[in-house]
Design a binder for this molecule. Sequence first.
Ligand code: HEM
Ligand code: HEM
Length: 238
Amino acid sequence: MRTYIWTIPTRLFHWLLAVAFTVGYLLGGEEEYLSLHAALGSLIGGLIIFRIIQGFTGPKYARFSDFPVSIKSLLSFAGNMKQSKAIHPGHNPLAALIMLGIMITALLSAMSGMMIFAAGETGFLGFRFNPGVNQESFEGVHEVIVNIFLVLVGIHLTGILADTLFHPANGTIFSIFSGYKKLVAPEAKLNVFNKTFPLFWFGLPLLLFIYVLRFQPLPTPEKEGLNTEQTDTDKDED
Ligand code: HEM
Ligand code: HEM
C-alpha cells in the first residue's frame, strides 16, 4: 500500500535547498564566486521563510504540528524505532528535530552572511550598519553557523542511510523523489491556498536570487584595505 506523503511543493523546496546548500557551501570563501554565493545564500533564506509559513498553513506532514518533537515522542522513538513508521508516517521524532535544526541554521546562515555585507561599505539590499561595526566578527559568526548547518545535514544524510538499510520496506529515501511511502496512513492533500502559495514560495526567493546576483555590489575585504595601507607606510619608511 502506497500513501502520498510529500507533495510537489515540499519536494521542490527540498531539492532547491539541497542543491543551493551544496553549491553555496562549496563556493563559500571563494572570492571570485562571492556574488553567486551571496545569491544562493539569499535564495536559501527566502525558501526557509516561506517554508516556515508552510509549517502553519501547509498540508498534513508538512505542518509543524505534525513534527513529533516532544520529549515523550523522542523517548518512545528511541525505545522502539521499528514501530515508529506506523505512528509517524511523516518525519519521525529524530528526523523532525533535525529538520527544524536545519531550517533554523539555514535561516541564521543566510542572515549572518547578509550581515557581513551590511557591515561593509556596500551594505546589503540598501541596508548598511553604521560605520565602525566590526565586519570580521560577523565573518566569525557566519563561519560557525554554516558549519553547524553542515553537521546537521551530515546527520540528516546518515539518518536517511540508516533508515534505508534497517527499514527498507517503507521506502523513505524514494519518498523525497516520488512523494509516496509504503505504509498505510491518510494521504497529504493540497487545498486551493496550498496550490497558490508555491508561486510566492519559489517565485520571490528566485527573484531575490536574480537581484542579488545581478545588482548587489560586492564589498572589498577589509583585510585587503589594511594590507594596501601597510604597504604604503612600509614604502614611506623605506
Ligand atoms: C542526496 C541527498 C539527500 C537525500 C537523499 C535526502 C533525503 C531526504 C528525505 C528522504 C527526506 C524525508 C525524510 C522523512 O521522511 O522523514 C528529507 C527531508 C528533508 N531534507 Fe533531505 N535529503 C538530501 C539532502 C538534503 C540536504 C543537502 C539538505 C539541506 C541542505 C536537506 C534538508 C532536508 C529538509 C529540511 C527536509 C524536511 C523537508 C520538509 O519537511 O519540508 N536534505 N530529505
Ligand atoms: C545560507 C546559506 C549559506 C551558507 C551554507 C554559507 C556558507 C559559507 C561558507 C562555508 C563560507 C566559508 C567560510 C570560511 O571561510 O571558512 C562562507 C563565507 C562567506 N559567506 Fe556565506 N553562506 C551562506 C549564506 C551567505 C549569504 C546570504 C551571504 C551574503 C549575502 C554570504 C556571504 C559570505 C561572505 C562574504 C563570506 C566570506 C567571509 C570571509 O571571508 O571570512 N553567505 N559562507
